[in-house]
Ligand binder design. Sequence first.
Ligand code: SF4
Ligand code: SF4
Length: 368
Amino acid sequence: MDQIEYDARKHGDRLLKYNSVGLKVLLRPENHGAEITNSLPKFQKIELDPLSLDVVTNVSELKFLPSRRLENPLVPIGAISPKMFKRGKIMHYGITILLRLLKMKKFQPLLRSFTAKEKKETDLVKVKQMIKSYAESLGYIVGVTRLDRRFVINHDDRIMPYDTVIMLGMEMDFDLCEEIPNPGNRLWDWEIYRKSSLMVWNVAKYIRKIGYYCHAIIPIDASIKFVPHAINAGMGELGAQGICITPQYGPRQRWCMIGIEADLPVDQPKDYHVADYCDDCLLCLKACPGRAIHEKRIWYRGVYKRKNDDTKCFPFFKKYEGCGICIKVCPFNRYGYEACMDAWKRDGTILGKSNAHKIIAAMGLSGH
Ligand code: SF4
Ligand code: SF4
């Protein structure tokens, strides 16, 4: 591995700034994914400032980005345990996912040293196809891109040692999402976290079986941003509510990632016309009880885009046990990408917009 050891305390650059306690990090000088991200304005109605793009660019907000806490598996599990307790599902969701997270973080790196020694296929086009077919057979949508290390918390190469990443998206159950904002006994969000956390291990196992080292990151793990990588892999485009909208499931999927030692051919970003569609729609903005979705694009950490205001979202996220209203009302969720685009391209119709007030009222909300 082309890594160099880097002590942030000895250097006056941004790593020292962000790792204020002087964390020792492993930093790779090159960043192959940056080239793909920086080319995005050609494909999408977002603009980038490549120099300032960074998940930890905004120093004043570092307290809201507790990077080391996010590395602690007890934090995400602990944060949502009340709704699991209420439903008697601590073991089913919390403990299962916690064990999987520990396995991925602590046990998986050990696997690298004694597995995947004999390559069964060396043609990387075929290797990609084999992995894709296997993952699809488990219910994933699949894309390949290079890791953009600006989206790795703390820029720490120990989190993901490989440059090529396989993005895996899994559909969330439509009927469970219809229960938003009053989820029943089965939780619409944790069902998919659980399922995908279990499945991604099988994909990683398969990759090792065909002879390649790899490292899987499960959906609840917040140490790498999934959305920009899914977009870079050509799987979808950024929606106004900050979710990657895909042609398969709209906003209704959750992501995970597997890094692989082989430089598989990458998929190219695509223009799905979602940003233009959102300009005419903005239903999520109207339905959001926290008014957390910006009407206009703003500059945020190097990207000119619509950005949710987390401080306005969180109270309702808590009140509605994960909220998700912006997913439920999205026409791409309710009608599907093809139907939405057909109607919009035909005469500018946004499906569901005329009766959106009924959907919003049925959730006990007034909209705005
Ligand atoms: S609800 Fe409308 S504006 Fe919001 S993400 Fe979906 S399509 Fe875009
Ligand atoms: S999760 Fe809820 S509060 Fe947060 S942005 Fe979406 S609709 Fe608004």
